[in-house]
Ligand binder design. Structure first.
Ligand code: SAM
Length: 264
């Protein structure tokens, strides 16, 4: 693992996200950007919570309905409620999870949260996710890559230009066994009134000027392309809260989409 120092002078996506989720693993610089964006576009905090809800539902579906018990979490983020290994291992204690991230604070937290023995069911890989070979080589120490794996990319592909993001999803998916799944959620340019869209654009401008990692919102059509060649699980790609909500849950449309698809 690297020992890159945590830079508290520039906001980082993992820490702003943690702030919106109500966590404490963030610094004044992250909170300032987080507040400015949230003041303009209050939906961001709900979007962050919606992502976690989708994560919980997708992991539960994958284990209970699809029999998949191996997870590759690319763009892990800071530990918060409902970490993938906690959700998965509460259902199946034998579920194996590999987290990947290259943010120094995420790396530091992962060191304390997870055993890093190479045989533990939850393991962390400190790597740039674009180094697919390194990620998969390290993941193979914990996951059986000849068997189906669920690749989860939550709020992470938006950090890349569309072509690069599509290429990454394709390269990872090609490396996984048939029967594997890909879950993606990210921001989309949908479900916004004109005023909302203007405020969101201003929020994105603040983000671009102040956060170390860029973020690109995309159209629903662009988002759908992540699942080209894969078999989408019902209900397809939808606003996060609409992905298999519980019977008593309030459903609303947000400019954050989610989808889960199978490699056949
Ligand atoms: C918005 S956060 C989402 C975190 C988590 N998936 C969640 O849903 O709570 C995006 C994460 O992707 C990670 N990330 C961005 N670019 C990366 C890269 N090139 N390599 C590894 N991780 C990256 C960031 O460090 C951050 O933790």
């Amino acid at each position: 693992m690297t020992d890159t120092p945590v830079d508290t002078t520039v906001a980082h996506t993992s820490r702003v996200w943690n702030y919106w989720l109500g966590g404490t693993d963030n610094y004044p610089v992250d909170r300032e950007v987080g507040d400015r964006v949230r003041d303009l576009f209050p939906q961001v905090a709900e979007i962050a919570r919606g992502d976690r809800l989708f994560l919980r539902r997708a992991v539960t579906h994958l284990i209970q309905r699809e029999g998949v018990t191996q997870f590759l979490v690319v763009g892990a983020g800071l530990p918060t409620a409902d970490n993938t290994h906690e959700v998965a291992q509460a259902i199946d204690p034998g579920a194996r999870v590999v987290y990947v991230d290259n943010d120094p604070l995420v790396v530091a937290h992962a060191r304390t949260l997870l055993a890093d023995t190479g045989t533990a069911p939850a393991r962390f890989v400190d790597a740039d996710l674009r180094d697919v070979h390194k990620v998969l080589e390290a993941a193979a120490r914990t996951l059986d890559l000849d068997q189906p794996v669920a690749l989860t990319l939550m709020g992470t592909m938006g950090h890349f230009e569309l072509d690069e993001a599509l290429r990454l999803v394709r390269v990872y998916t090609e490396a996984l066994a048939p029967g594997s799944f890909v879950a993606v959620c990210d921001g989309v340019l949908a479900h916004m009134e004109v005023d909302d869209a203007e405020r969101a654009a201003e929020g994105m401008r603040i983000w671009a000027e102040n956060v170390a990692q860029p973020y690109h919102m995309r159209t629903v059509e662009e988002f759908d392309r992540f699942f080209d060649g894969l078999e989408l699980v019902e209900p397809g790609t939808v606003s996060v809260f609409r992905w298999r909500p519980g019977p008593a849950e309030t459903v609303r449309d947000l400019p954050q989409y989610a989808g889960l698809a199978k490699k056949v």
